[in-house]
Write a new protein. Structure first.
Length: 66
């Protein structure tokens, strides 16, 4: 192998090792908040009076009524 191939392979392995280390350490991610937002906070659906969800598919098919 010539010297250029060895340098290229070594640099690619070095970049791979650096990227694996950075992904394990969380480099580039924002710091976690001290008080994380609750998953349920704001997830309740507002009730709308007189509006009910209807089923799109009404089951039965050829076996309906049996």
């Amino acid at each position: 192998m010539n010297r250029g191939t060895i340098i290229l392979a070594g640099s690619m392995l070095g970049i791979l090792a650096l990227s694996v280390w950075a992904s394990n350490r969380g480099v580039g991610l924002p710091q976690p908040e001290k008080e994380p937002i609750s998953i349920r906070e704001g997830s309740a659906r507002p009730s709308t009076p007189g509006h009910h969800r209807t089923r799109y598919f009404i089951g039965g098919g050829i076996h309906r009524g049996k």
